[in-house]
Design a protein around this ligand. Sequence first.
Ligand code: GDP
Ligand code: IMO
Ligand code: MG
Length: 421
Amino acid sequence: MNLVVVGLQWGDEGKGKIIDYFARNADIIVRFQGGNNAGHTVVINSKKVIFHLIPSGILRKGKICAIGNGVVIDPKVLVEEIEVLKKEGIGVTSDNLKISFLSHIIMPYHRIIDSLREKRRIQKIGTTKRGIGPCYSDKIARCGIRVIDLIDPGKFSLKLRDNLREKNALFRKVYNFKGFSFKKIYQEYSYYGEVLKNFACDLVEFFYRMRKKRFLFEGAQGTFLDVDFGTYPFVTSSSTLWANSLVGSGASFLKIHKVLGVAKAYTTRVGEGPFPTEVKGKMENYFRKWGKEFGATTNRPRRCGWLDLVLLKRAVKLNNVTEIVITKLDVLDKVKEIKVCVGYRKGKRKLDAFPSDLEEISPIYAKVKGWQKSITSLRDYRLLPLSAKKYLEMIENYVKRKITFVSVGEAREAVIKKRQS
Ligand code: GDP
Ligand code: IMO
Ligand code: MG
């Protein structure tokens, strides 16, 4: 059984927790896009671990984790992450971490230009400033530096020199920024090359040898941050959809059996861009407080709002979702009346097709009575309050997919397997 887990909203749906849960029944866990703009949280025995690059399956013994060609790697962050895991008693070796020769490397100039560009823009995106967009730009412009280039001193020197010729001129002339020293970067990154060498391999051949094993693909970001189908330009720079899991890993010979779409019981978004069900004031504070809605990567307060079923249905289509996982249902425990978006209006007109962009869209809400009791300790679907079950059924009926798991707390074990009817 090969599984893909993707986010159905604007990221931070709780994918890390769900990956950790499903990693029990997988052999190989693979990141296929994004970089350390991701922050995937796993909470075990009240201890929080946040992954930015290494797949969240690394906490399970005997699993192999892989970083595919579609991922952009900041080697500094990777080295730090390996150190943090070491301190937690989790050894990261060439046996349990494989990195594609073809993944692109985030360089210091990518991080800097991400910030400088953002500062200059009139219409800001609110990026994580991790250099993600500039690194993907260089990949497409064919001047990127890949893992295989970094670990070869001759190739690395040539490619770095070539890049700095262009970048230093651009930085000085356009951004009035001093530019970069070849020597400094070369020295620092040669060290990273030595570290990466231990993990780097031809993932295509490795995956092919392992093709009978169980693969779990770990999506990062979410459907509406997808560079094509998201709320462009307020998106990330990679394809976040399930279909990229094979291209971004090179495992195109695999059959995908299930796509698990993860959605929060409400909605959040970090950064700029349209968000039809966003709330301000009392409800915003409520979500932020009880949902601890602060970014796992940048610690920015997340924007919060009600669940948007129009978006969810679109995300189900875009990802060929076979099953839905609802997370953070417990965060709604104290809400008296829950709102759910079941349609869109533009001005006075009710829309009957999905809009080409979400600007100036207002939501049409249905209301569901809140259950107003704690559900965090529940593990049996039958024991959920009736109105919580009604809420979940309403989601299923609207998007026409079954919810198979419900997460009711941040702890690893706070998961309810929903009985299938
Ligand atoms: P990801 O990027 O999709 O992996 O999600 P993040 O880790 O950025 O954000 C999800 C946050 O919600 C983390 O702090 C999780 O510990 C937490 N979380 C996940 N599932 C639940 C849940 O069911 N209930 C509660 N209260 N918190 C949850
Ligand atoms: P996970 O995997 C939430 C958002 C940023 C910004 C936009 C572009 O934890 O769900 P970028 O740095 O990628 O160029 O920023 O995308 N963003 C995320 N929001 N969760 C994420 O990842 C995100 N990764 C990027 O806030 O709006
Ligand atoms: Mg996150």
